[in-house]
Design a protein around this ligand. Sequence first.
Ligand code: PMP
Length: 298
Amino acid sequence: MSRIAYVNGRYMPYAKAAVHVEDRGFQFADGVYEVIAVASGRLVDAIGHLDRLDRSLNELRIASPMSRGALLAVMAETIRRNRVVNGSLYLQVTRGAAKREFAFPENARPTVVAIARNVDLLKAAANARKGVAAVTQPDIRWGRCDIKSVGLLPAALAKQAAKEAGAYEALLVDRDGNITEGSSSNAWIVTKDNVLVTRALSRSILGGITRSAILELARREGLRVEERPFSVQEAKAAKEVFVTSTTSFAMPIVMLDGQPVGNGGPGTVATALRAAYEAHAATHATGHPDWQAPFLRP
Ligand code: PMP
């Protein structure tokens, strides 16, 4: 089946979809994005993602391209046209195309792109059952990691280093020796005393939508939770390490820098939170109880 991309008001065949050569996303990474999970044709935690998109746009003073309702309609149509049942939707908004100058152009119109694809969730589930490896990498990113900007080169370099080491994710380490987050995920540990720890929100990490759902689920399960920095040593001595993201849900890290974590298998807390999150994803699809990808409607 041919794929379709949404670009600035039009649904285009994937091979023909394009933005201008002077788009500021291309020249300056002057744009933001969201990746939203699709479960049974519905967007998971759509409202949380759209709130974060608004926040990223506001922080960069990029004009909102369209109303929330219109954006939801574009996302629904992109899912429908690509027949996505379980997978992800990628939405990108840049400041637009303009003559190349560093300062903001006076009247550029934001560029909006949406693409969607099916993702093999069985493969992800198999990974989660076995657990995956991670390596540590220096966090060389900028001072506003709370903005979901398309300036992803440091994250790409870290992920490539992980891949070359045969690992699934890179955990990024700040100058104090503390783990900030994963290259495309939030990082968590379970200490020997069974305390669930993840770094507090700040400009050093992205406020993951999965992170906030997992925090809520953990508190509901009665787990002791601390939002604070933790060091590489603390992670290596922890009972469990795992990462969370839209595409990984909760993924146990069973090997860190070549050393087994805990007993070397997925931990009970990560496994339980993953199951709780899967149930959450099924019930929090869209955020609009009545909204569903049109092709799945009875
Ligand atoms: N941190 C970073 C740096 C990320 O790129 C991502 C995924 N985009 C996350 C955390 C997880 O965020 P979410 O749970 O919203 O996917």
